[in-house]
Design a protein around this ligand. Structure first.
Ligand code: SF4
Ligand code: SF4
Length: 348
């Protein structure tokens, strides 16, 4: 499989990367089989996150004995020195490796969080120290809001950035990618299928083929999915006019009701975590039920009840999403699915 240079890291990585979110949803044997098939097909860039339940551990089991062939990336949501130190230690243990090639500050969602990450005495100091000790080779960042992403690039404190890129959400193409190239950073595209909202993978990848310097990080759950995607990437068929029409149609269909997680709708005076609720269709496709119906997401959906219907978030949403209507719909769906989940758990 074709390899490309990941910006100033100088690492050569496969154009197609394996994203470790969906393997939490399947059995361990299935997860290991998917990862092994990716390796057989020539994918050598593996990306995961400390917080994705079993993902790192399963990757560790699947790659045992093949470390040197691979470029391994992981991330952490930690925002303090103590926490990130623990996260890195855990990641190395679970992955069964002595170092990771890329360590990313995950989901940096606003200017204050970026400030914390950029603080030379904050969690970054721990990762810089780990780099000197050889436990981390390169440092990157992942985020959704474009303004935060641009500030992160301009800071020159990171070697890579992971950001959503697909034809429904093309902001990165126009606003971020030129800046990333100027700063010689590696660009890792997340959500190539818009988190499952684009059902036509062929068209999604044809759109992405126009960026030869971008790594396509694809979350894979089943062996047949990766086989189909690898075939698409290797054949790289050109875009036809019929594809363009279909792209425009899908953009109209999905784009009108698709939350980009940019968080421009915040702050909500009632503390409603809007983008978590608005991302329900994507989350339901990607996360295992235990993560969806407990912890952070359960808290988010409980907070939806605080909404006082003021409508201020809708005035701030650059995509004119009917936030209140969509949140009500998703909360209803969520509650119904959560009930089924809890019924299945209850002793019979
Ligand atoms: S409509 Fe609800 S979610 Fe939106 S800002 Fe007002 S209280 Fe918050
Ligand atoms: S609702 Fe609109 S403003 Fe809020 S995160 Fe989604 S796309 Fe952004």
């Amino acid at each position: 499989m074709k390899k490309i240079r990941l910006g100033k890291t100088e690492m050569m990585v496969t154009r197609l990367g394996f994203g470790g979110i969906p393997i939490q949803r399947v059995s361990e044997d299935e997860a290991i089989a998917v990862i092994k098939r990716c390796l057989e097909l020539g994918i050598t860039f593996i990306d995961t996150v400390n917080g994705y339940t079993t993902s790192e551990e399963r990757i560790g089991k699947a790659i045992a004995g093949q470390r040197e062939k691979l470029i391994i990336a992981t991330k952490s949501l930690a925002r303090t020195r103590d926490e990130i130190e623990k996260h890195l230690k855990l990641s190395l243990e679970r992955l069964g490796v002595e170092y990771v090639d890329l360590y990313q500050f995950h989901n940096v969602s606003d200017a204050d969080t970026l400030k914390t990450i950029l603080d030379p005495d904050g969690p970054r100091a721990v990762i810089e120290e780990a780099r000197r000790a050889g436990k981390v080779k390169h440092i990157g960042i992942s985020c959704h809001p474009i303004d935060v992403a641009k500030e992160a690039v301009k800071s020159d404190c990171f070697e890579t950035i992971m950001f959503p890129l697909n034809f429904i959400y093309p902001d990165a193409k126009n606003e971020l990618l030129p800046l990333v190239r100027e700063h010689d950073m590696g660009f890792i595209a997340m959500k190539p299928l818009a988190g499952g909202m684009i059902s036509n993978a062929s068209i999604a990848f044809k759109y992405l083929f126009q960026f030869p310097d971008v790594v396509l990080n694809v979350g894979i759950e089943r062996v047949h999915e990766i086989e189909e995607i690898v075939q698409l990437v290797e054949e790289a068929p050109p875009m036809t006019s019929a594809d363009r029409e279909e792209m425009a149609r899908l953009t109209r269909e999905v784009g009108a009701r698709f939350c980009r997680r940019c968080d421009y709708c915040q702050p909500c005076t009632e503390g409603v975590p809007i983008s978590n609720i608005m991302s329900y269709p994507n989350l339901a496709k990607r996360l295992p039920p235990v993560r969806l119906f407990t912890g952070k997401f359960a808290d988010s959906f409980a907070k939806a009840a605080n909404c006082i219907d003021c409508g201020e978030c809708e005035e701030r949403c650059p995509y004119q999403l009917p936030i209140r209507e969509m949140m009500k719909e998703y909360v209803k769906l969520y509650e119904a699915e959560k009930k089924k989940y809890e019924e299945n758990l209850a002793p019979r």
